[in-house]
Design a protein around this ligand. Structure first.
Ligand code: NAD
Length: 289
């Protein structure tokens, strides 16, 4: 068995604990056992799992892996600490708030011979899979992905990073991108933020990515993808899969720990993660420049 610790018990951390307590039958997630959680708050046992000090999580021999589920701005420090301590890491996206930070983490993982996995449940959803199938083989002319959602709690960082799941969709659908312009509108009084990034595909087709947030705004992804053969103007509504998204991610991470994922696939993921964080960095620079 592989012992694991969950760091940060908000929504995501609680789901991680739940999934490890009842892993998907017959999957490699059954090899993962939650042996404690770490929190900056003093909490009683959560779902029957004990709180343990950070130092114990870093040094105990029966803990081989950590799930970093805290707010985004603290991910990089926690990931670094656990990698330095010789533990495999699964981190909720984004792993760091800069491309440079992420590169350092990957290098550290490589030096130590450890798995570093960034969760991307947005790629596992049935909706996304249906959209990918719909888009496959079509020639893009231009497109927009406009996300709206409620206000984020403090600590989730610049929208290009907190919204990296949307950018990851675009990269998975259309390949590596470049950034041509980016702007940020903010109204601190009302808590309104709107980031607009202008992107280009490898063959020069324009894509616009908008992240708009304000308390009360409905969570939605509006798309307008214009192809030579017609326009796709909504994400196909596909029925939910039988296995939850975080559970699918847990199986993927467990497969990586058990050496069941091909090195080429690990490399493809690493390249995509770093590319998206590089784009996020550039967008932030353009917005703040
Ligand atoms: P969250 O706000 O529920 O928790 C974030 C952090 O805040 C955790 O460290 C948690 O321990 C702490 N926290 C929560 N409630 C607190 C309280 N009352 N007092 C003090 N601290 C408290 O956020 P989340 O949704 O769990 O997100 C954590 C990470 O997971 C983020 O990186 C996010 O991007 C990622 N993620 C979340 C989801 C999701 O569906 N929730 C999906 C994909 C990725």
């Amino acid at each position: 068995m592989l012992g694991a610790v969950v760091v940060g018990v908000g929504t995501a951390g609680c789901v991680r604990i739940r999934d490890m307590l009842k892993p998907l039958a017959g999957s490699s997630a059954e090899k993962m056992e939650v042996r404690g959680f770490v929190s900056r708050r003093e909490l009683g046992p959560q779902q029957g799992v004990d709180q343990i000090p950070l130092d114990a999580a870093l040094t105990r021999d029966d803990i081989q892996a950590a799930f970093i589920c805290t707010e985004n701005q603290s991910h990089e420090d926690y990931v670094r600490k656990f990698l330095q301590a010789g533990k495999h890491v699964c981190v909720e996206y984004p792993m760091a708030m800069s491309h440079r930070g992420a590169l350092e983490l990957w290098d550290l993982a490589q030096q130590k011979g450890l798995i570093l996995h960034e969760e991307h449940i947005e790629l596992l959803s049935e909706d996304f899979k249906a959209l990918k199938t719909e888009v496959q083989g079509k020639v893009l002319q231009e497109g927009t992905l406009h996300f709206t959602g409620g206000a984020l709690k403090p600590g989730f960082g610049f929208p290009a990073f907190s919204g990296i799941a949307r950018l990851t969709w675009l990269v998975e659908l259309f390949g590596e991108l470049s950034v041509t312009a980016a702007t940020m509108e903010e109204d601190s009084g009302s808590g309104y933020t709107k980031m607009t990034a202008k992107l280009l595909t490898g063959d020069g087709r324009p894509l616009t990515w908008v992240e708009e947030r304000q308390a009360g705004l409905p969570r939605a992804k509006n798309i307008q993808l214009v192809f030579e053969s017609g326009t796709v103007s909504r994400v196909p509504a596909a029925p939910r899969g039988t296995v939850g998204l975080f559970m699918q991610d847990l199986v993927l991470f467990s497969n990586k720990l058990l050496g069941l994922v091909a090195p080429e696939d690990l490399q493809t993921e690493r390249v995509r993660v770093l590319h998206c964080l590089d784009l996020a960095d550039r967008i932030q620079q353009l917005c703040q420049g």
